[in-house]
Write a protein that binds this ligand. Sequence first.
Ligand code: 2AM
Length: 431
Amino acid sequence: ALSRIGLAGLAVMGQNLALNIAEKGFPISVYNRTTSKVDETLDRAAPSTSPHRPLLPPRLRPLHPPPRSIILLVKAGAPVDLTISALLPHLSPGDSIIDGGNEWYLNTDRRLADAESRNLLYLGMGVSGGEDGARHGPSLMPGGHLAAYKTSRTFSPPSQPRSTTAPASPTLAREAPGISSKCNAELGEVFGEWNRGELESFLIEITADIFRVRDEEEGGELVDKILDKTGMKGTGKWTVQQAAELSVAAPTIAASLDCRGGIDRKRLVDDVRQALYASKICSYAQGMNLLRAKSDEKGWGLNLGELARIWKGGCIIRAVFLDRIKRAYQRNPQLASLVVDPEFAREMVQRQAAWRRVVGLAIQAGISTPGMCASLAYFDTYRRARLPANLVQAQRDLFGAHTYERVDRPGSFHTEWTKLARQSKAGVGAF
Ligand code: 2AM
């Protein structure tokens, strides 16, 4: 059979996605700069590829007449440009390029325009779910030419619905007085139990697993041997930059970036569970608000409820919780924020006592819980009709004539604050 699909970039994600597509019966051609990875992929494909299933040709040879779709899974940035240049001579008008490499969106915008000028179609496609997701059903988030989406969707590997973001780290439970750091097994149990309730999600599930792993070589438990230093691929940083650029509050997300870097214990554990859940709502609220702001700026018309649905299958933020987010946006597509959805608001109010206990305890004990703290502060800003931002804006108007809006009438205003203040100090009226 002739391939309509090509895949370039055979590191872990690329290999697994290629095997997934091949296994589903779609002929696919593969390519990698270093050819040994092509051989590796073919070796891995052999056992699962029955005679009825097409083999992967050794090189990218999309022999099928156009339109064809080429998926790129090479390192984001310059390697993508180099790979596209290498492919261009083999592409024809109507073919689609689909970049699945978590690229910075402005690079995607630029390549999309370039593709257009060559009568090619382009999609930037987030691929979430790690290697297991790529192999058995990732969460795919395509954006770009609608026509490219339409020609490519027929072979997109079906996402398998499986069992989200845990905005706050479990360090509190590990370090809090009354819980020794030696009780990883117990923490594994706690997370396992949480995963059977409202927190059920991939990240809670894998956390339970991590606590159960021993260090085979050195003895002890592996998680305790890991240096507290978290890698970053750029997506988190980009998210926080965008939030700043669009003036969308995202303190929990920013805090999670920073931290990647004689008590009743049963109650503490339960409090932490509630605090985690409430923080998670805030984290999603911030992410969704950011997506809405970008969508408004770009005129994308993003359907936030539909996004929540996409993330349910394969994506690492998959969680039972996403169904509820989907419903919140179905109830009200114009929802200003998840935290003001009546259901989520009720849940946060129910949990706020526990949440405050956890954050208060952490502060007293000098334990940093940036995610939970930032989330609570975020939540509290929604609980007040008015915030201290009026004072900040007055300061800005004073020193930079940035103007301000008023609570009682529309328009933008500027005041000679210093002059009026001096007059009033001197007992002079404003007339
Ligand atoms: P490689 O196997 O030849 O290194 C993840 O690193 C993927 O991106 C790999 O498939 C890798 O190919 C590819 N890659 C990284 N830098 C590249 C470049 N400059 N040109 C082409 N492919 C590149």
